[in-house]
Each structure stands twice: as structure tokens, then as C-alpha cells.
Design a protein around this ligand. Structure first.
Ligand SMILES: O=C(O)CCC(=O)C(=O)O
Length: 346
């Protein structure tokens, strides 16, 4: 059962009340933090780019965002990244991440200057079908974000009823550090396996509504059963005085360089802003990924396709060339086994 989020919109100007709720529940739900028309303008841009990838039904109006299920794909598949890159570069998205309404919200919560992480995630989640499911499992962001304490701000790009696969939170689950995990099929590729506290809470989101949550709050997405592409945005914020991990000041998942990201931008004010702000960049704690990769290599050796997305991530993102080569070899062998199975079955 999913209970409604506690709505904190009524205390939005009160930094102490916001900080107290965030500490108590591990999240804050805020209606209309961002202007609806700004979100809808970005939605139109993103849908136009999704249509170029053939991701949307050509016989339906573009604004409906109805997905072409035959084209379902997911991060980090190369076919997904090809059409995702032009989306991630959009100046409007990077500007939205620094929206004064978000920055001033965190300034009130922290009572000190804020760093918006340069890295953010844009999601295009195709509807769940019998053969396709990319629903994000229960996880904590700390593993992927590293650094000091950070907080995510998640928002759908457009309206997002629960049936479209919004994010839900395990209330009060943030107090016990990083919990044990396993590989999982959805976005992020991991799922908490250790028992955690907390009632699941959520809401139907309207464009402009956001949920803010801590890097140890357990959260997950609901399945997208709507027939539409669920597009959403999640960025992280922290105290400028805290350390920020290297990975959080790089473009998402190494998909391009900053030079490439900035190539078509009209203004310069947001380029390399964290360097001028004096962000304290520290190495990324890779220990959780090391543990993930041991599990993935073992599973891949046993022929388990669940390891596939982790192997792809290692191939695309790991700094160690030997590890990348091992992941590539295991990926090839998994794909060969799979092809043989399909031929035998046919
Ligand atoms: O949008 C999703 O499905 C996952 C988002 C998420 O887990 C996050 O923002 O940390």
C-alpha cells in the first residue's frame, strides 16, 4: 500500500521546518516548486528529440508522448545513448537544474551556500510490457553519487500520475547508512536486499511538483503502465562547503565531454560554474561499485543475463582497462550464449 506523501508546500519559506521534516522523513514533497509553463516548454523540446529516435507513436499527437513499444530501449544501451545525448546537452535542462526556486530552497534548508552538482540524470522510461521492464528498484543514491551528504531533487517533465511510474519513498529509511544490495534489472542496476524501515509514500505529480530526498533514503519507481514515455529529471544538491565526488562534476556517465555538451549553448554563465564557486572535488568512493562488479562477473560467468547492464556500465565507464576488457569478454560470451539459446528454441 502506498500512502500519500506529507505535503510540505505550506512550509516552503521556513528553512528550519523544511530541514526538520527532511531529517524526520528523509524526503520533502513540494507542489509547484517550478513554473509549469517552463517544464512544459522543456517537455516539448524533449519529446521532439524522442520522436527523432522513433520512440513515439507517429500516429499520435507529439504532446501525448505515447511511446512506440517496438522501439523500447534503455540506458546504457548504445541505441538509447545515441538519442539520449542530444537531450542531455540541452541548455534549458542545465538551466532548470540551477533554477532560483530550487537553489533558494536548498539555501533555506542548509542555511549556507549551495552547490548544484554539474552531473544530473534525465530519464526516458518506456512503458512496462511483458518483454520490457526498466522500473527502478529500491535503492539509495549514495552508492552512485559519493562525496559528502547530498540531496536529490526529482521531478517529472510533465504530469506524472502514479500509473506513469512516479518515484516513491520509504519514509524514514535514511537513518541507517548504506544498506546491502544486489544487481537488479531497472535504472541504476541495483536493489536494496537488507531489511529497511518505512512505509512507502508517493503522489500523483503535476508538472512543477518535486520530491527532495537524502542520499540514504530508500526509494524506487512505480511501473510505467501508462503507454506514455515517462520523462523525468533528477539532480543533486549539497552544501558548497562539503566535498563533492569527481563523478558528480563530470557529464552523466561519461557520455560526452563538457566541451561537447556546451557546443550549442547560447550563453556562457553556467559553463564550468562549480570551478568558479570553489567546489571541493574529491575522488569517488568506488567500493560499492567494486562490490557490484564482483557480483556481476560471478553472475555473468554463470550465464545470468541480469549481469548484462552492469557489464555494459563497466565497459563504458570503468577507469581500469583490464576490468573493461574482462567485462567486454563476458558480455560477448553472454550474448553468444543468448543467441545460441534463441537459435535452439526456434
Ligand atoms: O526516475 C527513476 O526511475 C529513478 C530516479 C532515482 O532513483 C533518483 O532520482 O535517484
Amino acid at each position: 500500500m502506498i500512502k500519500p506523501f506529507v505535503d510540505s508546500t505550506d512550509v516552503i519559506r521556513d528553512g528550519a521546518a523544511l530541514a526538520a521534516r527532511l531529517d524526520r522523513d528523509g524526503y520533502l514533497f513540494l507542489r509547484g516548486l517550478l513554473p509549469r509553463d517552463e517544464i512544459m516548454a522543456i517537455r516539448r523540446q524533449l519529446l521532439g528529440l524522442a520522436a527523432r529516435g522513433g520512440w513515439l507513436r507517429a500516429d499520435q499527437p507529439l504532446e501525448s508522448g505515447v511511446a512506440d513499444l517496438a522501439k523500447a530501449c534503455k540506458d546504457p544501451e548504445p541505441g538509447y545513448l545515441e538519442f539520449f545525448r542530444p537531450m542531455w546537452k540541452l541548455e534549458s535542462l542545465h538551466r532548470m537544474k540551477q533554477h532560483p526556486n530550487i537553489i533558494s530552497l536548498f539555501e533555506r534548508i542548509f542555511g549556507e551556500p549551495v552547490l548544484a552538482h554539474p552531473m544530473f540524470v534525465l530519464r526516458n522510461i518506456f512503458p512496462q510490457t511483458r518483454s520490457f521492464d526498466f522500473t527502478t528498484g529500491s535503492h539509495q543514491d549514495k552508492i552512485h553519487i559519493g562525496g559528502g551528504q547530498s540531496f536529490a531533487c526529482w521531478m517529472p517533465i510533465g504530469d506524472c500520475p502514479q500509473s506513469k511510474g512516479g518515484l516513491i519513498m520509504a519514509e524514514g529509511s535514511h537513518k541507517r547508512g548504506v544498506l546491502d544490495f544486489e544487481l537488479a534489472p531497472g535504472a541504476g542496476g541495483l536493489e536494496v536486499t537488507e531489511k529497511f524501515e518505512g512505509q512507502w509514500v508517493g503522489a500523483d505529480f503535476a508538472a512543477g511538483d518535486v520530491v527532495v530526498f537524502s542520499d540514504t533514503t530508500v526509494h524506487k519507481a512505480l511501473p510505467n503502465t501508462s503507454g506514455e514515455l515517462r520523462q523525468s529529471f533528477d539532480a543533486r544538491y549539497q552544501r558548497l562547503s562539503d566535498p563533492v565526488a569527481e563523478v558528480a562534476v563530470q557529464p552523466y556517465a561519461g557520455i560526452m565531454t563538457w566541451e561537447a555538451a556546451y557546443a550549442d549553448w547560447k550563453s556562457d554563465d553556467l559553463k564550468y560554474y562549480w570551478q568558479r564557486a570553489g567546489a571541493k572535488v574529491v575522488p569517488f568512493d568506488t567500493s560499492y561499485y567494486e562490490k557490484r562488479d564482483v557480483i556481476a562477473f560471478e553472475r555473468a560467468e554463470a550465464g545470468d543475463v541480469l549481469a548484462r547492464d552492469t557489464l555494459l556500465r563497466v565497459v563504458q565507464r570503468d577507469a581500469n582497462p583490464e576490468k573493461r576488457a574482462r567485462a567486454q569478454a563476458l558480455l560477448d560470451s553472454l550474448d553468444r550464449r543468448n543467441a545460441q539459446r534463441t537459435t535452439t528454441a526456434a
